[in-house]
Design a protein around this ligand. Sequence first.
Ligand SMILES: Nc1ncnc2c1ncn2[C@@H]1O[C@H](COP(=O)(O)OP(=O)(O)O)[C@@H](O)[C@H]1O
Ligand SMILES: [Mg+2]
Length: 357
Amino acid sequence: MHPKIPQEKITVGVVFGGESGEHEVSINSARTVLKALNSGLNQNRFNVISIYIDFLGRWWPSSIAQKALEKGIALNEKDLNFPSQTRGFQALPLGSEKVDIWYPVLHGPNGEDGTVQGLFKLMKKPFVGSGVLASAVGMDKLAMKAAFSSAGLPQLPYFSLNAFELSKNNFTEELLHKLKIQFGYPCFIKPANLGSSVGITKASNQEEFLKGLSEASNHDQRIVVEKGVTARELECAVLGGQLLKVSAVGEIKYEADWYDYETKYSQNSSKTFLPASLPKGVSEQIQNLTLQACKAIDAKGMARVDFFYEEEKDQIWINEINTLPGFTSQSMYPTLWQASGVTIEQLVAKLVEIAKE
Ligand SMILES: Nc1ncnc2c1ncn2[C@@H]1O[C@H](COP(=O)(O)OP(=O)(O)O)[C@@H](O)[C@H]1O
Ligand SMILES: [Mg+2]
């Protein structure tokens, strides 16, 4: 037997935090990813460097990143001991020059929307997950819906508006009329560019509708109004490079009226079922639609695609794609793979391998 030649270790740069409402979710996801990259066989394969992006968009080295991971919430000026006049990306922190592969564990604007992917691309360094196009299209609910509709994927009826239009004469009356003739109540009002249900409202009457519009316009100019349904919420994951593998289908159940921020992030408010109890044909259709959704926006590496299933009508609607899905130990993406026989250590290693391709 030949002695095994030790493989050269790959230096992985995990970036987390970020100028986003999902900053803390990102810290939590990063804890899980870092733990998995540093466990078992992965220890012999990867050198891991963590980099923290603070709430003002400034990048910090591992020593500070460690603090954020321990604290579990955004670091403030005192923790950082740095004047707050500077904002945004300044330069890569010390240690970054060694990075072979970047691993963004960022959610929401500036992390999941193609921005940071563009930076990695300019550095000519491989990175985990989707590229600029899929990230940008997947993050913007209107661009995403347009791509899905041209791919012929089933979506709930919706229309869009721009927040500045709300101050126009008669605009509100016209909007109310449009809503009435197109689908009426209940409807959901969503800012196009956020995640984790932030800024989203369910409206069952005119008063709630107007309040929802004003809430959404606090977050984004681009607003989606969508027909509300009572449906089961199903999710399916993909993993792979050229060839995407699709996971089992999972289901989320909760007591609340809908899957809002509270329900998403407070313990015991929701439950995950794996695999979802569904007729085989429905699971297969969902897996098939998941692959089509990835193709429609050119998603690669990883993605989670979410669906509504109206059981009585046997109708599946695609809701959205997440190109950087939550990665906390409770999150659906790693859980879906666990249920499909891929451990979290294998999952992060695979994602790095795919990026290297
Ligand atoms: N059209 C709809 N009908 C019923 N529930 C909806 C609808 N749109 C959104 N929801 C509820 O709101 C949640 C968040 O909406 P979603 O569009 O997935 O936004 P986010 O990107 O913030 O997760 C969904 O998981 C679901 O519970
Ligand atoms: Mg969602």
